[in-house]
Design a protein. Structure first.
Length: 218
């Protein structure tokens, strides 16, 4: 493998796995009541700030759930918010696992670059150092270069995370084909020199990506 060989890199949520897009949707998935008043902008901003700290590994799980529960002013306990958080990832998009297998059959490298956190990572990634650990979702573990924001202490769309992935994977930026469902992450990747494509999370993500990758798969 040379640095100029292509590598296909996937975001996780909205590309490989279907996720909740709002607190209300996550509450429904967790079987807990939703409190619409928690969607007020100042409360939402508090949650987003805590999530970002969790995503870059700057906060331990216990502290995260403790502090984010406090933003609900007693409507959810720490453990209830943990349940909501764990329910955020719904299922795998059909066809993505087969797409990864087809890329590998063509000897094309694959990777993941995801803004995520320790709690979700345990559902998504293999942890060979933990005896008996089996991730809930198996498709992410198929890729060859698996990188997450909380482990890199960097997050999309900051350009540094794209540079760090390229360095660790050993691929030139121009050789990286990247799929993400958020426009700001696509802009960051393109700023880093990646060949980035926006995916519609509400559609058939595997077919969207397979169409773009057709020249590599033919």
């Amino acid at each position: 493998m040379s640095a100029s060989d292509p590598i296909v890199v996937f975001d996780l949520g909205g590309v490989v796995v279907r996720i909740c897009r709002s607190l209300g949707e996550a509450c429904a998935a967790a079987g807990l009541p939703h409190h619409p008043e928690l969607q007020q902008e100042h409360i939402t901003q508090q949650r987003r700030a805590l999530v970002r700290q969790f995503e870059i590994g700057a906060m331990e799980e216990h502290d995260f759930f403790e502090r984010i529960a406090l933003t609900t002013e007693g409507r959810y306990t720490r453990e209830q918010f943990r349940t909501i958080h764990q329910a955020w990832i719904l299922d795998e998009y059909p066809g993505v696992a087969e797409l990864i297998d087809d890329l590998h059959a063509k000897h094309i490298a694959t990777g993941v670059l995801s803004n995520t956190n320790a709690a979700h990572w345990s559902q998504l990634a293999p942890h060979p150092h933990i005896a008996g650990h089996t991730p809930k979702f198996t498709t992410p573990g198929k890729v060859r270069h698996l990188h997450a924001s909380h482990l890199l202490a960097l997050a999309k769309p900051d350009v540094e995370i794209y540079h760090e992935f390229a360095r660790r994977a050993g691929h030139a930026p121009a050789s990286i084909i990247f799929f993400d469902d958020l426009p700001e992450n696509i802009r960051g990747a393109r700023e880093a020199g990646w060949n980035a494509h926006l995916i519609d999370h509400a559609g058939d993500t595997a077919t969207q990506m397979r169409t773009i990758l057709a020249p590599l798969l033919d």
